[in-house]
Design a protein around this ligand. Structure first.
Ligand SMILES: Cc1cc2nc3c(=O)[nH]c(=O)nc-3n(C[C@H](O)[C@H](O)[C@H](O)COP(=O)(O)O)c2cc1C
Length: 323
């Protein structure tokens, strides 16, 4: 089985990915959170850093692009190709209201004929311009209703996609409710591309359930489960559960990695506090200590609050489920 780390905007930028790889090796492939290809035909400094090969120390990295315009998409693919990337991923899954309103992310699924034209134009332009870079797609299964997947499958089948990563929920569901397993089965039965399963693998039991249901699958992408339990893949592979020592060392590496990237102490604090929203779920009784972490105004106060939490809270071992 191959394990991909899901892109998570605001969290899994290169400082996080590098720290993760150093402390919890075992992920086969990482994805950048989405980079915007828009009419400025330029990337932000953050996006440039996030895809800079010199700053990235993971085995495999795939840049992810969000756009609804094939000309802009192909521009972004060419830029990534110049950096040495051989595959670019299209975001057709982001459920955020502002993104969807612009017809991007899972907003691309609202008008399947436009998605079809977008892909058609993209592959046409790639050929015309002799750009040798594969395209993969990360998609949801519709906007309102699972039946919309019926129309999406033949569209995805028409193009030479490298991978199709499927999060089997519709846009309206965000991350709520059960994954639609029967729709994912439909993708397995009808998609001609290499299919990657994504969604709600938070524990080894979740993983076992997925591979029992879908024995054909050879690659899974995991997101939130790895934020809460960074040793999840090791556990799935029969290894030891995470220790407090490992979490401490990962956290220290993360802070060290953010310092040169974020510019100011305030920005570093913002980033690491955001991650604690996830990491705190792996400690029982962390609520009262989290207040101190949130209140901290500088790195010294922050580090002291983290030390107190780690000294007083036990790691959850039985249930890492993300709510
Ligand atoms: C905070 C957050 C940010 C995310 N950002 C992205 C993103 O930039 N691109 C993307 O394709 N998916 C994004 N996702 C979706 C995840 O990649 C993944 O599909 C989702 O979390 C479901 O997988 P999981 O159940 O293993 O977490 C994001 C999810 C979360 C919770």
């Amino acid at each position: 089985m191959k394990f991909y780390f899901a892109p998570m905007e605001g969290i899994t930028g290169y400082p996080f990915r590098n720290a993760f790889q150093q402390c919890f090796p075992g992920i086969d492939r990482f994805y950048t959170p989405f980079l915007s290809a828009n009419d400025t035909f330029s990337f932000t400094t953050r996006e440039i850093h996030d895809t800079d090969p010199a700053l990235n120390h993971v085995p495999e990295l795939i840049p992810q692009i969000i756009t609804n315009n094939s000309e802009m998409f192909v521009w972004a693919i060419e830029e990534m190709s110049k950096l040495g990337y051989t595959e670019v991923n299209l975001n057709a899954g982001c459920p955020s209201g502002t993104v969807v309103a612009k017809g991007k992310g899972s907003g691309m699924l609202r008008y399947p004929d436009r998605l079809d034209s977008f892909l058609e134009e993209t592959f046409e332009l790639l050929e015309q311009r002799h750009i040798n870079c594969s395209v993969s797609v990360k998609t949801r299964i519709g906007i309102h209703d699972v039946s919309e997947a019926e129309e999406l499958i033949p569209i995805y089948n028409r193009y030479p996609l490298k991978d199709l990563i499927v999060h089997s929920r519709v846009q309206k569901e965000f991350y709520r409710g059960e994954v639609h397993y029967e729709t994912f089965r439909n993708f397995i039965d009808h998609i001609r591309h290499h299919l990657v399963y994504n969604g709600d693998i938070h524990t080894r039991d979740d993983y076992d359930k997925i591979i029992q249901m879908f024995p054909e699958i050879d690659t899974v992408m995991i997101g939130r489960g790895l934020l809460v339990n960074p040793a999840l893949v090791r556990e799935i592979q029969g290894g030891e559960p995470v220790t407090i020592h490992e979490i401490k060392s990962f956290h220290d590496t993360l802070v060290d990695n953010y310092i040169p990237e974020m510019g100011s102490e305030k920005n570093v604090l913002f980033k690491v506090k955001e991650y604690w929203g996830w990491l705190s779920k792996s400690f029982s009784g962390s609520d009262r200590y989290m207040k101190e972490i949130r209140k901290s105004k500088n790195l010294a106060e922050y580090r002291a609050a983290v030390r107190t939490l780690m000294a007083n809270c036990k790691l959850e071992r039985d249930d890492y489920r993300v709510s």
